[in-house]
Design a protein around this ligand. Structure first.
Ligand SMILES: [Zn+2]
Length: 562
């Protein structure tokens, strides 16, 4: 079973680990095994593994690696055995391993350095994988190899497509390289587009589309067929349907990564979008990683989550990470005694114990949710409220005692109520069922290795964005335009979510129903109380912490309002 972020332990070892964890939390003993993995953080599980083997835990090893030492080991072997050497000091070789019960990494190290003493640490697979990534090279396919491909010969389908190994067939190697490069760059999507005289691909990283790379025109159809083949679809399918959706899985340095595939027919051929669902940097845990909200926002979120029935709506533009946050909320709410159903298009993140349903098209929505309600759910996640039917059903579910999580497209949290009204829901209905209106944005984070210190923000900017005058002399950081190798020369690395919550308390719900208060006045009221930060305030907090810069902030938040 999979207890610790990627390592499969057999039943005996799993039992030993659970015994260890139960010393601190006896309730774990009676839980099903898969529950233990969910209940305990990776840190705790690693701690238990280390404890049993009497070796220390080392969570973040990346910055301690001696590169010249690392380069003496074969990336393929390190990937297979999941270990990395860190340092060689006074005859002691420090090694990070994912599975201390496995003796092979130690043997490999002794073969290489027979006179050394090997000292091991337990480290998460994702971290070891990141270190190996820094020295692994996928063989690039030359343009002449691509040009030399005979277009009429069809390659065999590839099962369990390993994108970090080498293939003799140039097209296979080309796709492997394109995909592994995308994962390495932390791209969210790969786009392949056909224009009149060129076919090209590009990556979207942290919300920005990057450089376009050309693919020989004659490979247009062959590449298309190859991608369809990965999903087990015959090439004929592409002429039958205007849009094709699917999924496949690739293996990247021993991590399985899901790829969501969308292809639609265009005038000049096709446009393929592949979304990379790499869960290892998808630290979708409330309060941690990219969802490290401030204390008061987290506290309010927990409060709202504990309300037994009602709707929690997350708003924001496309790509603002709404569903990531809802999935994180769902993880927190996930208890064996609750029946949780989701209705998504498509399913992005599978959670153990939750029944996920995917909508093929919008006509399925109504019959699906009707049959849904008969299967006795406690918590429902509805991908999106887009029309009257879906809004009505969300409200109906909330009135009949269910907890409903959903998303809607509005820029500001207070506009959620008006959006429901626009699609034909009476104000009182939404006012009485809505428990929290939330808005979210993803803000790009500065690369910590190359960011540049500034002594303040120019006066003009301070005025334009209604900022306090202290910002003219507040020390902050800006992006380095040249970047560095750590951020692939982008100056930014990763994104963090900022969240604004407007809780709808019984008192406010009443005022909204009666019409004595408008949704905007409610927003102002929440601001006046000063307990919950707005998007702007949370964004400025990230600037003052040196985590992001003004440019990144004003791309996602309207900074001109108070
Ligand atoms: Zn950098």
């Amino acid at each position: 079973m999979n207890l610790s972020n990627g390592v499969e332990f057999n039943d005996v070892i799993t039992g030993v680990i659970i015994d260890k964890l139960s010393e601190y939390d006896p309730s774990l003993r009676d839980r099903p095994k898969e529950d233990v993995g969910r209940k305990c953080s990776n840190g705790r599980i690693l701690g238990a593994i280390a404890d049993i083997n009497s070796i220390p835990v080392f969570l973040k090893v990346k910055d301690f690696v001696e590169r010249t030492l690392l380069e003496q080991f074969d990336p393929q072997v390190m990937t297979r055995e999941m270990f990395v050497p860190l340092r060689l000091v006074d005859g002691q070789l420090f090694v990070a391993v994912a599975n201390p019960w496995d003796a092979v990494p130690e043997d490999i190290c002794y073969q290489k350095f027979p006179d050394c003493e090997v000292i091991r640490f337990v480290t998460p697979v994702a971290e070891i994988s990141k270190v190996i990534e820094s020295v692994s090279r996928t063989t690039a396919v030359s343009r002449s190899d691509l040009d030399a491909i005979e277009v009429d010969e069809m390659g065999e389908g590839v099962e369990d497509f390993n994108v970090t190994t080498s293939y003799d067939e140039p097209l296979t190697q080309f796709v492997a390289q394109m995909m592994s490069e995308a994962i390495k760059r932390r791209a969210s999507d790969v786009h392949i587009k056909c224009e009149k005289e060129r076919v090209h691909y590009s990556y979207r990283v942290d919300g920005d589309m990057g450089e376009k790379y050309d693919i020989p025109m004659k490979l247009r159809d062959r590449l298309d067929a190859f991608m369809l083949n990965l999903m087990g679809l015959a090439p004929e399918e592409r002429t039958k349907r205007p849009g094709i959706s699917g999924r496949f899985t690739v293996s990247y340095l021993r991590r399985a990564i899901d790829i969501r595939y969308e292809r639609h027919r265009t005038y000049r051929g096709y446009h393929i979008t592949m979304r990379i669902l790499d869960k290892s940097h998808f630290e979708a845990k409330l309060g941690m990683g990219s969802l490290a909200f401030d204390e008061s926002t987290l506290f309010e979120l927990e409060k709202v989550m504990s309300i037994p029935a009602g709707i929690i709506v997350m708003s924001g533009p496309t790509g603002s990470g709404k569903s990531t946050t809802l999935n994180a909320i769902l993880r927190e709410l996930n208890r064996p005694e609750d029946n949780i159903l989701t209705l998504e298009n498509p399913v992005e993140d599978e959670i153990a114990g939750v029944i996920h349903c995917d909508l093929r098209d919008s006509s399925e929505f109504k019959p699906m949710i009707t049959s849904f309600m008969r299967s006795d759910p406690d918590i429902i996640l509805m991908g999106e409220v887009r029309d009257h039917d879906s809004a009505e059903l969300a409200i109906e579910a909330a009135i009949t005692g269910h907890k409903v999580l959903t998303t809607i497209h509005t820029p500001r949290a207070s506009q959620i109520i008006e959006r429901f009204e626009q699609i034909g829901i009476e104000r009182w209905k939404i006012a009485q069922t809505l428990k929290a209106a939330c808005a979210q944005r993803l803000v790009k984070l500065l690369c910590p290795y190359c960011k540049i210190k500034k002594s303040g923000i120019p006066e003009r900017e301070v005025e334009k964005f209604n900022l306090d005058r202290v910002w003219t002399s507040t020390e902050c950081y800006v992006k380095n335009n040249d970047g560095c190798p750590e951020c692939q020369n982008r100056g930014y690395n990763g994104r963090a979510a900022i969240l604004e919550i407007i809780p709808v308390t019984p008192q406010w719900s009443d005022a909204l129903s009666k019409g004595t208060m408008s949704p905007y006045e409610l927003e102002i009221e929440v601001r006046k109380q000063g307990k919950l930060p707005s998007l702007k305030e949370s964004g400025l907090r990230l600037v003052s912490q040196g985590k992001t810069d003004f440019d990144a902030l004003r791309k996602v938040i309207d900074m001109t309002y108070e």
